[in-house]
Design a protein around this ligand. Structure first.
Ligand code: ATP
Length: 379
């Protein structure tokens, strides 16, 4: 078991005369036994980062350390790192038993009996003990995924690297494997770096999440901190489904003014904002409540456009009254009766708003949480 450190890692690809900076000066440390999820949109540099750690891609600059050792120049097969791919990458002509034994035969001095015992034990942990004689084409996708995971676990590596390992599974199996993988990782206590573009996996699986955009690290924090205390607008937008509502606003004294609404601010809020006047106003859909008429300071008249019933909640798409081209989304309880065309008011509570610098995207103010204990428990 070991700590994995990426120290100012950069990767530049060359495509003719063009330079593509796939990973741009990323520094992060994954603690011993930690489960770190690396998440971001397509092309943000997730796989390249993982491949550099695995030794499958050279590093343009920076250092990767495993424990106390810099491993930049250590060959992939000598890194004591096991990687699980989206495609499973099983050998089609080998049985499950042979697929799982192969790495151990190649890289350890274990006897056949010892290897056999380890494979059997791991196969039974993974629930594939009765499939050892089958070949990959005789297995379902979920079973193949278990074999691929089992093949890495049996090597007992210092670090697991996983590149979208669940994305070929159907939704139900993916949810099941999510839980199973978390349980396994906790049990094995192996430092794990897990790449995905799926923010549900990021929120539910990681001890911490590292969010990348265009090769740059945006934030590395616990899932709930990324959700409630995003470092910038990109993170606020990327984490959360349905996404945060955003509006360009200008600060005028103790009011935020947009073409859609004027939002009065309390003194405690004004103190947080400093001198910046060009802002982006953010509010999560679940923080918008819908009331019959606008009667309070932060109530705004709105018209319901579409209601998406999800059972436990309704996702309600509205526009501000008099502004049919505007849009705000509210998530309300599944039993709250709201219908298309209804005229009502959207309540946007001041404790729940986020404000970002419109030029830099950096956060200036994040939502308040209920109490100090809630903050501690959440972050
Ligand atoms: P996805 O989720 O789509 O797999 P990703 O976040 O894993 O994306 P990477 O595969 O790491 O992204 O790619 C990052 C950037 O580097 C992209 O712009 C990609 O086009 C570029 N890139 C990746 N590999 C190469 C290569 N071998 N040659 C040139 N450019 C590359």
């Amino acid at each position: 078991m070991a700590e994995l450190e990426l120290d100012s890692i950069t990767k530049v690809f060359h495509d003719g005369d063009e330079e593509i900076v796939a990973v741009d000066d990323v520094s992060l440390t994954i603690e011993d036994g930690e489960f770190l999820v690396v998440v971001g949109p397509s092309g943000c540099g997730k796989s390249t980062t993982l491949r550099m750690v695995a030794g499958l891609e050279s590093i343009t600059s920076g250092a990767i350390r495993l424990g106390d050792d810099v491993i930049n120049d250590v060959k992939s097969q000598d890194r004591d790192i096991a990687m699980v791919f989206q495609s499973y990458a099983l050998y089609p002509h080998m049985t499950v038993q042979e697929n799982m034994s192969f790495g151990l035969e190649e890289s350890t001095g274990l006897s056949d009996d010892e290897i056999g015992a380890r494979v059997e034990e791991t196969a039974s942990t993974m629930g594939i003990g009765d499939l050892l004689e089958r070949r990959p084409d005789e297995l379902s996708g979920g079973q193949q995924q278990r074999v691929a995971l089992g093949r890495s676990i049996v090597r007992d590596p210092e670090v697991f690297l996983m590149d979208e390992p669940l994305s070929n599974l159907d939704a139900k199996l993916r949810a099941q494997m999510r839980t199973e993988l978390q349980r396994l990782q906790e049990e094995l206590d192996v430092t794990t770096m897990y790449v995905t573009h799926d923010q549900t996996e990021a929120m539910t699986m990681g001890d911490r999440i590292a969010i990348l955009n265009e090769g740059e690290l945006q934030q590395i924090s616990s899932p709930l901190e990324c959700y409630h205390a995003p470092a910038n607008r990109f993170v606020a937008d990327f984490i959360g489904e349905p996404g945060m509502n955003f509006f360009d606003v200008d600060r005028e004294g103790d009011e935020l003014v947009s073409e859609l609404f004027t939002y009065p601010l309390s003194d405690w809020m004004v103190d947080d904002l400093g001198d910046t006047s060009e802002l982006v106003f953010g509010i999560r859909p679940e923080d918008v409540s819908l009331v019959d008429v606008a009667s309070a300071e932060h109530d705004f008249e709105a018209v319901v456009e579409v209601v998406e019933p999800m059972g436990d909640e309704n996702t309600v798409h509205l526009h501000f009254a008099g502004h049919p081209d505007s849009s705000i989304v509210a998530s309300v309880g599944g039993l709250q009766n709201v219908s298309q065309g209804e005229e009502l008011a959207a309540h946007i509570p001041e404790e729940a708003i986020h404000l970002f610098d419109r030029q830099t995207g950096k956060v200036l103010h994040n939502r308040r949480l209920d109490s100090e204990e809630a903050v501690d428990a959440t972050l």
